[in-house]
Ligand binder design. Structure first.
Ligand code: NCD
Length: 327
C-alpha cells in the first residue's frame, strides 16, 4: 500500500481488500464493552478541516480515538487560516507538533496531493474530501457496506470483491468527489458502474471513465444491485444546471414508486447529507432498504483500518482482549 491515501485510484484490488477485511475485523471491537484498542498509543492524528463536515470529521475522530491515538481537531473557521495563513504555514505548524497522520478536507481539489508531495510534513496524508476531486474513504465505506449487505454467509464477504455487482450512481456527478472515488474503487473491485444524471451534471470526458452513462433512471433501476443517490451540491454551482427543483426530482429523484422498480435485494445508498424531497423522498430515506446510517457506522471501522494500515501498526489490528478487559 502507498504511504498516503489521496485517491481511490492509488488502491490496488489487494490494497482495497486488505482495508475492507481489516475493517471487518475491527467492527467486532464496536461490540465489545470496551471499544478501545491500544494499537496507535503515542501516535498523533490531526484532523485538518478547511470545509464543513459532520459525518467524516466525527468518524475520523472516533476511529483515531478507538485506536488510542492522540487526536487534534483543527477547523479553518476560528483559526489563523481566516487571517490568511497558507496551507504551507499551517502544515509546518502541524509538523512542529509531531503529527503522524494528517486527515485533510479542503475546498480545493489537489490540496491533499500538495500536502503529501510537498515535503512540508513527515506524516502520512489521508484525503477526507478535496473540492470536486476525490473522497477515497467514503468510497471504501460504501464498498464495505455493499459487500456486507450483498454477501451471503456468516463471514459477511471477507476476502470477496464485488465482481458482477451492478451499482448505479445518480445525480450531481459533475461536482461529486464521492462519485469519482466510487467509480475508481468499485470498478477495481470488479463491480459494473452506471451513472445517471442530466447531461449538464456530467463531467466533460465521462465517456472515457470506466462506467456506463444513462439518462433514463427508470430503465436502469431494475438492473441494479445498489442505487447510490448523490446530493445536489448547490454550494458548488455557479449557474443553473436544471430548470427547477421539481423538475429535477421528477426525473432524477428516488421516490417510493421508483424504488419498487428495483430488485427485492437491491439497496439504496446515500453518503449524506441528504436533501430530502430533492434527490430522495423521506419515504425512501427512512425505508429499511436505505443504508445511509449503516454507511456512517461502517465508516468508523473503515477509517480505523486506514489509519492502522498507514501508520504501520506492527501488532495485529485486533488482539484477543485481556482477561481484565472482558470481565
Ligand atoms: C459528501 C462530501 O462531503 O463529499 N459527504 C460526506 O462526506 N459524507 C457528499 C456531499 O457533501 O454531498
Amino acid at each position: 500500500m502507498k504511504r498516503h491515501l489521496v485517491s481511490a485510484a492509488d488502491l490496488t484490488r489487494d490494497d482495497a481488500l486488505l482495508i475492507l477485511d481489516t475493517a471487518e475485523e475491527l467492527t467486532r471491537v464496536a461490540d465489545r464493552p470496551i471499544k478501545k484498542l491500544p494499537t496507535l498509543r503515542g501516535r498523533t492524528v490531526v484532523n485538518l478541516f478547511f470545509e464543513d463536515s459532520t459525518r467524516t470529521r466525527i468518524s475520523f475522530e472516533a476511529a483515531a480515538k478507538r485506536l488510542s491515538a492522540d487526536v487534534i481537531n483543527f477547523s479553518a473557521k476560528g483559526s489563523s487560516v481566516s487571517k490568511g495563513e497558507s496551507l504551507k504555514d499551517t502544515a509546518l505548524t502541524l509538523e512542529a507538533m509531531g503529527a503522524d497522520a494528517v486527515v485533510i478536507r479542503h475546498h480545493d481539489s489537489g490540496a491533499p496531493h500538495r500536502l503529501a508531495t510537498s515535503g512540508w510534513i513527515g506524516g502520512c496524508v489521508v484525503n477526507a474530501g478535496d473540492g470536486t476531486h476525490e473522497h477515497p474513504t467514503q468510497a471504501l465505506l460504501d464498498a464495505f457496506t455493499l459487500r456486507r449487505r450483498l454477501a451471503d454467509g456468516p463471514r459477511r464477504g471477507i476476502g470477496a470483491d464485488l465482481s458482477g455487482r451492478r451499482v448505479t450512481i445518480v445525480g450531481d456527478i459533475l461536482h461529486s468527489r464521492v462519485a469519482r472515488s466510487n467509480i475508481h474503487l468499485l470498478t477495481t473491485l470488479g463491480a459494473e458502474v452506471t451513472v445517471v444524471a442530466p447531461p449538464t451534471l456530467l463531467p466533460v470526458g465521462i465517456e472515457r471513465w470506466p462506467c456506463e452513462v444513462s439518462y433514463d433512471l427508470d430503465a436502469v433501476l431494475p438492473k441494479s444491485d445498489a442505487v447510490m443517490m448523490l446530493r445536489v451540491q448547490r454550494e458548488r454551482m455557479n449557474a443553473a444546471f436544471f430548470p427547477t427543483e421539481r423538475e429535477y426530482a421528477r426525473r432524477y429523484g428516488l421516490h417510493g414508486g421508483r424504488m419498487a422498480r428495483m430488485p427485492a435485494h437491491a439497496l439504496v445508498m446515500h453518503p449524506g447529507p441528504m436533501n430530502r424531497g430533492m434527490e430522495i423522498t423521506a419515504e425512501v430515506a427512512d425505508s429499511p432498504r436505505c443504508t445511509a446510517v449503516e454507511q456512517v457506522a461502517g465508516g468508523v471501522s473503515v477509517r480505523m483500518a486506514v489509519l492502522y494500515l498507514l501508520l504501520g501498526g506492527a501488532e495485529p489490528a485486533v488482539s484477543t482482549p485481556r482477561t481484565e478487559e472482558t470481565q
